[in-house]
Ligand binder design. Structure first.
Ligand code: PEP
Ligand code: MG
Length: 592
């Protein structure tokens, strides 16, 4: 699409993903539309063009085979089969002969001809009734893009190579992209796709990079190097701000800074209601280096270490020793507080789409988290041994993600026992009584809370996935982001039921989804009896301030009232009015 060349101030609204206001020039990351134009070639250039095409075919095949090998080694041979399909496309005689024939006849450049032939193949496959053939379209697209990049001699841009301060604008980004961002050069980012609890958003939050996602077709309306303001708190991006707008946002930036300083004064105070109910307020982290800022914001330990980021950050499975180092570094830093190490929650949106490593039609319902770990017991045991070794000082807990039923939990515990036995045999010290918990993030787990609670030491409610699976709403899809509603009465009932199941069985229940960072939800969650809240570090001071201002007895009644409501609108209205009563009118300059 041709971009407009206007220099007028326009505000675009998306989904707030990570708070903060930044002002800088836009840097457009255009990975998707490789421009392929038709170019005439001379008769005497035909052979050269065909050779260029053949070389690109063999280079691409080599690349794909390398990825296949990597996946077979690091993940499993079954998943490597995807790449066999891609190699077959590169070896497809019909496609390749058609390209060579057209280069000869039309005397056009190879990339243009190849794109045309591929488009025709895709059109034919799209009309097919055979699902298997239709599914090949993704493979064809992936491999065709790779081949066209090779024909054009273009290398993929890595985000580490951006050195001047910019606001990155892209259609979509993967968690792997965000991990590679340097905070001093990428001041913030805006994407057309994505939801507020997508892993890209969560990662941005924990890295302290302001971000707005779900801007729909913003990318088509902005030009490289245009001045923009990005407000990750409100979820807005302003193109070409005029002087007045710039002044307003500078003021807002200052306000946010000042508020942050005020809230930081709460750092050393406990998260305790006015009548003495103590809530543990801890931090969610993705990488060991996040611990410092968690402590800085006053977290009491780590309530969720998303260990899969050790892999995502390097696209390579970390060894047992490397994992042990990472886990013990966190455990040491938070000591005497504790850290909850969640076993790998890979899959869903957490595989890097740009490397095209794995493809599933429905990844969030697919081979993800504990399912993958139970299928790969040796890899799982490496992680469990590393976690156990880091537990010697008794401040480590292990948590399994995506548990859907008791059998799954028992299988995970059996592998944990094998890992323990191996360490015992080698006389390696670890915490024999290490607490084992589960994420309650699938509705079946919430409904089976009673049985699950008998098999573990704690629950941590993952509202991001619980909302997604209860409401059948993809947490990362901007088109249906309006349906992703944590205040749906069904979600609230599942939360309450989970907390009750935990308490009835003598274990504690925490909550580590994004709802833990929502000030509107805090009195309700405290009133429901939640024992721990774990959230991105930045949100901790504000949540602590709210906890310290409420009375537990009053919060219990408040939660009971909320649970009687039957629509999302009623819940929101009730909570908003309650918040206004407690803290005055809703603060437009709110921090998170
Ligand atoms: C959740 O699902 O709420 C959660 C905390 O886990 P993640 O966001 O990593 O899926
Ligand atoms: Mg989850």
């Amino acid at each position: 699409m041709k971009k407009p060349n206007k220099q007028v101030c326009v505000i675009y609204r998306g989904i707030p993903a990570s708070p903060g206001v930044v002002i800088a020039k836009a840097f457009l990351l255009d990975r998707e539309s490789i421009q392929v134009t038709k170019e005439k070639i001379e008769e005497n250039e035909v052979t050269k063009e065909i050779l260029k095409f053949k070389k690109a075919l063999s280079d691409t095949k080599e690349e794909v085979l390398k990825i296949k090998e990597k996946v077979a080694k690091r993940i499993d041979p079954d998943h490597a089969k995807i790449f066999e399909a891609q190699v077959m496309i590169l070896e497809d005689g019909l496609i390749n002969d058609a390209v060579i024939e057209k280069i000869k006849q039309e005397k056009s450049n190879a990339e243009f001809v190849y794109r045309k032939v591929i488009e025709q193949t895709i059109t034919t496959l799209s009309a097919s009734k055979d699902e298997y053939l239709r599914e090949r379209i993704m493979d064809i697209n992936a491999v065709a893009n790779r081949l066209i990049y090779n024909l054009l001699g273009i290398k993929h841009l890595t985000l580490e190579s951006i050195n001047s301060p910019v606001i990155l604008v892209a259609k979509s980004l993967s968690p792997g992209d965000v991990v590679h961002m340097k905070k001093e050069s990428i001041l913030g980012f805006a994407t057309d796709m994505g939801g507020g609890t997508s892993h890209v958003a969560l990662l941005a939050k924990s890295m302290g990079i302001p971000a707005v996602v779900g801007l729909k077709n913003f990318f088509d309306h902005i030009q490289d190097k245009q001045n923009i303001i990005l407000d990750g708190t409100k979820g807005e991006v302003v193109i070409c701000p005029d002087e007045q707008t710039l002044k307003e946002y500078e003021k807002r930036k200052k306000y946010i800074l000042q508020k942050t300083v005020e809230l930081s004064e709460l750092k050393s105070l406990p998260a305790e209601t006015s009548d003495g109910r103590r809530i543990e307020l801890s931090a969610n982290i993705e990488l060991p280096l996040d611990v410092d800022s968690a402590i800085e914001y006053g977290a009491e330990g780590v309530g969720l270490f998303r260990t899969e980021y050790l892999y995502i950050a390097r696209a390579d499975f970390p060894t047992e020793e490397e994992q042990y180092k990472a886990y013990s570094e966190v455990a040491q830093k938070v000591y005497p507080e504790s850290v909850i190490l969640r076993t790998f929650d890979l899959g869903g949106d957490k595989f890097d789409r740009h490397t095209g490593d794995l493809y599933e039609t429905n990844p969030f319902l697919g081979w993800r988290a504990i399912r993958a770990c139970l299928d790969l017991p040796e890899m799982f045991k490496i992680q469990l041994r590393a976690m156990l070794k880091a537990s010697a000082k008794k401040n480590v807990k292990i948590m399994f993600p995506m548990i859907s039923e008791v059998g799954e939990l028992k299988r995970a515990k059996a592998i944990l026992n094998e890992a323990k036995e191996e360490l015992r045999r080698k006389k390696i010290p670890f915490d024999e009584d290490i607490p084992v918990g589960i994420m309650v993030e699938i509705p079946s787990a919430a409904l089976a809370g009673d049985a699950l609670a008998k098999e573990c030491d704690f629950f941590s409610i993952g509202t991001n996935d619980l909302i997604q699976y209860t409401l059948a709403v993809d947490r990362g899809n901007e088109k249906i982001a309006y349906l992703f509603q944590g205040f749906h009465p069904a979600v609230l009932k599942l939360i309450k039921q989970t907390i009750d199941a935990a308490h009835n069985n003598g274990i504690w229940a925490g909550l580590c989804g994004e709802m833990a960072a929502d000030p509107l939800a805090t009195p309700m969650l405290v009133g429901m009896g939640v024992d721990e809240l774990s959230t991105s570090a930045m949100a901790i001071p504000e949540i602590k301030k709210i906890i310290r201002s409420i009375e537990f007895e009053d919060a219990k009644k408040h939660a009971q009232e909320v649970l009687k409501l039957s629509t999302i609108e009623d819940v929101k209205k009730f909570l908003t009015e309650d918040y206004a009563k407690r803290f005055g009118k809703e603060n437009k300059n709110k921090l998170t």
